[in-house]
Write a protein that binds this ligand. Structure first.
Ligand code: ASP
Length: 355
């Protein structure tokens, strides 16, 4: 059997000389040259694995069980993240997410389906608790990949998604506290100074592969708390908040989205894996790139980032890994050993974190 590179070089030459009508697509190559469609190579030895941010610890089990039961990996991980989207106590995603500076919850989500090479996303979506499902609906029912704002809401309502007020009492109280503490000179009396507002960011990213090596990814979030009206983070951006290539694997992120967008973190991690890095090495290399693209105001004098980001990755053969800027974060994984939290690899020690 000729190897893929030699084949592609040869076919490009023949094509240029007019002997082949056009280059083969990846699917055609796998079917015609390797003898089977992408992702279902007969000798492929994969193992199902689901990896996510730590808040997906229950969701990875739901997704893994579904994958083992024969459900498509993207449907399985969307069921996994739906748990978090619908949890009013998680203030970083879906229902109960912290609002923007105007007190409005605006949600972002995106997904990619490896075997069919399709993608969907929504940004600044209001009033619908499960943006991951709306992102998948964009993929399933339109020729587009990204709908935002009122248009995204209109689309979801047309498809029958239920609208509801996503601002829970707890998130409204946190928003009022944040607002009242903004300035000593405004007309709001600062109140509850001793009450800490716990979350200012958060997201869930989940990536999965099944035994046939079919890969998918999804990321869903309420974005940065108190963001400007209309701000899109990395989560709805394919190649940033998440990315899948069915030949290689999938990756996604949580943390400061503005940095991740500039580094194309999801895409870059998959590309590092394509070039031979393990999922953990790929995640670490992506973090290094993120530091490299960081503007000075977000770095201390020694070049250490004043923010945190985590990168999660799964390879087509079921290997997985995750990394964070600063020591201490964990991630969720589920495979044949069951659901568990594992420590992320890290770039910097906790002691090195800028004060
Ligand atoms: N990445 C999200 C965003 O920037 C926030 C987060 O994950 O904390 O919208």
């Amino acid at each position: 059997m000729i190897d893929r590179r030699a084949f592609l070089e040869k076919s490009a030459l023949l094509s240029a000389l007019g002997f082949l009508p056009r280059a083969l697509s990846a699917e055609e190559y796998e079917r015609d040259v390797m003898g089977s469609p992408v992702g279902t190579m007969p000798n492929f030895r994969g193992r199902p694995c689901v990896v996510s941010s730590a808040n997906g610890i229950n969701g990875v089990k739901v997704a893994y069980d579904r994958i083992r039961g024969g459900i498509d990996p993207l449907d399985a991980i969307i069921a996994g993240v739906n748990l978090v989207e619908l949890d009013p106590d998680d203030q970083s995603v879906g229902l109960g997410g912290l609002p923007n500076e105007e007190g409005v919850v605006q949600l972002d989500a995106s997904c990619m389906h490896g075997p069919s090479r399709r993608a969907g996303a929504v940004g600044c979506l209001e009033d619908i608790a499960t943006p991951s499902l709306v992102a998948k609906a964009v993929m399933d029912y339109t020729t587009h990949v990204l709908l935002v704002g009122p248009g995204a809401r209109k689309f979801a309502v047309a498809l029958g998604f239920r609208t509801q007020n996503l601002l829970t009492e707890k998130s409204r109280q946190d928003w009022l506290r944040w607002k009242s503490r903004l300035s000593k000179n405004d007309n709001w009396l600062d109140h509850d100074d001793d009450v800490k507002i716990n979350w200012t960011h958060g997201t869930i990213n989940m990536n999965a592969v099944n035994a046939a090596g079919d890969v998918s990814s999804v990321t869903t979030t309420s974005g940065l708390a108190w963001k400007l009206d209309g701000r899109l983070g990395d989560s709805p951006i394919h190649g940033a908040g998440q990315y899948t290539d069915n030949d290689v694997g999938a990756a996604g992120s949580t943390g400061l989205g503005e940095i991740n967008i500039k580094a194309c973190g999801g895409f870059l991690t998959v590309e590092f894996m394509r070039n031979g890095a393990t999922p953990e090495q790929a995640a670490l290399k992506t973090l290094e790139r993120m530091v490299h693209v960081t503007e000075p105001r977000l770095l201390d004098q020694r070049g250490r980032p004043r923010y945190d980001i985590q990168v999660y990755a799964v390879a087509k053969d079921g290997r997985y890994g995750a990394a964070t800027m600063y020591e201490g974060a964990s991630f969720a994984v589920c495979d044949e050993r069951g659901p568990r939290l594992e420590p992320c690899a890290y770039l910097f020690k906790t002691a090195d974190r800028p004060r």
